[in-house]
Write a protein that binds this ligand. Structure first.
Ligand code: XMP
Length: 319
């Protein structure tokens, strides 16, 4: 019988049988999958679990603090926060090609994670939030069919020579099952049903070269958009919604003067499988409220646009 409690008991038993009294390391991203693994392993093996959370400076507003307060403070999970914003931004300096940016972010992630892992003693197991669709996708990409998504998370993203045995308790589960487990394990609804967020984060939502100034502006704009979506009860009617930073200067008027500031695009889509998607038909009043707030509250934004492109031929992300 498929109930979350049955599955949890079963997975807890399996994890215990696999790792015994050994120590386990988990890269916690704050996304649904790794969060559910963290909660599950905490239940199964408690103190034997150590999580590493890499703050790459490309996260959404308050995301790092939220992850720390939820897991470390509320649940008592051991979490090491690696503040690596400077390193990531330095590596990204002068790079504007999207695939290049993805590679740099992915490699830097592995490097930071490795460094943190290297400081821990006697860790034999590496846990990952691999779910069934990742397994399928990874198999497809080996035959050259799938494009390079999830390029640094989950299956196949870690160095060949890593000497850990993998613990992948969600490997046979679909996303909706993982979400149900998350709720049953006590994770908050808002975290379990949060929109997906790409591994390279804001790095691919800032078009072209990534700069801290851009990331800070984008974080604020994105937070306003998401807040208003929640307030209007539209967040869960869309599958993925976010702001994009366009590094072009557009004119606006302030008092008697003209100012040239950045442009923010809002993106919201409805999709079942993320392979095809329709732009969300948000109410005009909602878009208007978001636009007014972004322009009024963020000094260096002069214009907000709404993306009305469907996938295909457009993609969901802008890079
Ligand atoms: P696209 O833009 O290809 O996005 O229509 C489809 C889904 O994949 C996510 N995405 C990524 N996820 N690393 C990730 O982990 C990536 O490099 C990446 N690129 C796109 C995107 O957010 C959407 O959910």
């Amino acid at each position: 019988l498929w109930t979350s409690d049955n599955i949890i008991d079963d997975l807890v038993d399996k994890v215990r049988a696999q790792v015994g009294s050994a120590k386990v390391l988990l890269a916690l991203s704050g996304g649904v999958d790794s969060s559910v693994v963290a909660a599950l392993l905490h239940k199964a093996i408690g103190e034997q679990l150590t999580c590493v959370f890499v703050d790459n400076g490309l996260l959404r507003k308050n995301e790092g603090d939220m992850v720390m307060s939820m897991f470390a403070e509320n649940m008592g999970v051991k979490v090491i926060r690696a503040n690596a914003e400077d390193l990531f931004l330095t590596r990204l300096q002068g790079v504007s090609d999207p695939e290049q940016k993805r590679k740099i972010i992915g490699n830097t992630f592995i490097e930071v994670f490795d460094t943190e892992a290297g400081k821990l003693k006697d860790v034999n197991f590496l846990a990952q939030g691999t779910i069934y669709p990742d397994v399928i996708e990874s198999a497809a990409s080996k035959t050259g069919k799938a494009h390079v998504i999830k390029s640094h998370h989950n299956v196949g993203g870690l160095p060949e020579d890593m000497k850990f045995e993998l613990v992948e308790p969600l490997r046979e589960l679909f996303k909706d099952e993982v979400r149900k487990l998350g709720l049953a394990l006590g994770l908050p609804y808002d975290m379990v049903y949060r929109h997906p967020f790409p591994g390279p984060g804001l790095g691919v939502r800032i078009l072209g070269e990534v700069k801290k100034e851009y990331a800070d502006i984008l974080r604020e704009a994105d937070a306003i958009f998401i807040e208003e979506l929640h307030r209007a009860d539209w967040y869960h009617k869309t599958s993925q919604s976010f702001a994009v930073f366009l590094p072009v200067k557009s004119v606006g008027v302030v008092g008697d003067g003209r100012r040239y500031e950045w442009v923010i695009s809002l993106r919201a889509v409805e999709t079942v499988d993320f392979m095809t998607a329709r732009w969300a038909h948000l109410p005009y009043e909602l878009i208007e409220r978001v636009s007014n707030r972004i322009i009024n509250e963020i000094e260096h934004v002069s214009r907000v646009v709404y993306d009305v492109s469907s996938k295909p031929p457009a993609t969901i992300e802008w890079e």
